[in-house]
Design a protein around this ligand. Structure first.
Ligand SMILES: [Zn+2]
Length: 126
């Protein structure tokens, strides 16, 4: 999850590096107003925690996608010979079950992240 606000002058995103789960935690950690400088236009301004927004991190989304794609193909290539060695339907369905593990991890990461974003944005400060 990424916490950000928009620059008052040029509307560029100013990203705040924090792991605060909501605006109350944020205010407790760094105060109700946060001094931020814009990387695009250099404007320095104090922003209120109310102006902070959360968004899903693209990096986290990308990493979870890598886990999904890499994990699934890795397991697939590793298990591929076993598909032919076994004729038991239970064994085959177990192998298929293993194949879904990276997808479940991918889902859990993304679901967790979107929940955090919803929580931060829904909980108003004040
Ligand atoms: Zn700016």
């Amino acid at each position: 999850m990424k916490i950000y606000t928009k620059c008052a002058k040029c509307r560029s995103e100013i990203v705040l590096k924090t792991n605060a789960s909501d605006r109350f935690v944020l205010a407790k950690k760094i105060g109700e107003t946060i001094d931020l400088s814009c990387k695009s236009c250099g404007t320095n301004k104090k922003y209120h925690v109310k102006e902070m927004k959360a968004e899903e991190s693209k990096i986290v989304g990308f990493i979870s996608l890598l886990i999904f794609l890499g994990g699934t193909s890795g397991i697939f290539f590793y298990l591929w010979p076993y598909f032919f060695r076994t004729s038991y339907i239970y064994a085959i369905s177990a192998l298929i079950g293993v194949l879904t593990v990276p997808f479940l991890i991918y889902q859990a990461i993304n679901f967790g992240q979107s929940n955090k974003v919803k929580y931060f944005n829904a909980k108003q400060y004040g």
